[in-house]
Design a protein around this ligand. Sequence first.
Ligand code: AMP
Ligand code: MG
Length: 351
Amino acid sequence: MNTRRIIAGVNNLNKADFNTIRNIFKNGGLVAFPTETVYGLGADALNPQASEKIYQAKGRPSDNPLIVHIAKLSDLYTIVREVPDKAVRLAGAFWPGPLTMIFKKNDRVPYSTTGGLDTAAVRMPGHKIALEVIEAGGGFIAAPSANTSGRPSPTLAKHVLEDMDGRIDAVIDGGKVGIGLESTIVDMSGSIPVILRPGYITREMMEKVIGSVEIDKAITGTVPYNGRPKAPGMKYKHYAPRAPLTIVEGETRLVAEKINTLVKEKIQLGYKAGILASEETKDFYTQGIIKAIGTRSREETIAANLYASLREFDETEVSCIYSEAFYTPHMGNAIMNRLLKAAGYQVITVG
Ligand code: AMP
Ligand code: MG
């Protein structure tokens, strides 16, 4: 298959591109597109064969459900059994935006989209092109991140092509995404809202709107959770660069000392080693391939560059990567959730 590259204008698609995308979706095909979180891999969510193609293209386990993207609130009511009052309020506060809510699904949503579950995850993205793509597809677009399963999510069209060239019908290049981490997922199908994946929208932000929100045990710890995960995706390896990644956490100077020692050992053995640091700390390191992924005082830069930095290490032939921890005030939970998974929960604590 030849993957067509469509360059989007700053804010919208031209008529011809819109029609091309509409036809691909009508025929059950796949289109990758930018959102405000990461690039998504879209298919008609109400067409079971189309959803199945997403799993094939990504090599995604078939029990890992997809998020259904909508472009208008009224469409939500046509695919779920009930919309609790708290969900209406969250939608009012955060949609369109980086928040996914889980509802009891109705029969319009095929099980191949929900990984066999009776619930459906739904989001209205806050991105002009994404909303047009959803409209072109008839209003309901299943779209997981547009990466090969297990790899870091794409934040540029280039990343999508690295993984998906020849496997999908088209990619819309809308430049670099804004947030750089996937949406927050909150389960609204039970009596108390439960966060299943941390993201830009935090617990505190939601609690201001609807009161008490819980966090699933599987995402609070720094070790893998052995219980039965509520979000099936939680049990799979995720976001990983090709070289093994280890997080070193503790007091800044001690972390730098430890990483310098580890890198020196690797280099003496004849290997290349990578270091993930920040603008504030990069000068503490003496050897190795050092990347400042962002600025701690502007944590959104760390979130936005995390996946791209992990992918860049794949081009350097490092045999291992050491990373600082990034427990920043607002997005720290989301950043560390992804970084811990990318590291397979390998953490060294110093001091
Ligand atoms: P991705 O779009 O690749 O970031 O993955 C979507 C995530 O949403 C996966 O981790 C899924 O486990 C989660 N998800 C989607 N639908 C549901 C659902 N019905 N119940 C629980 N988690 C879901
Ligand atoms: Mg993903």
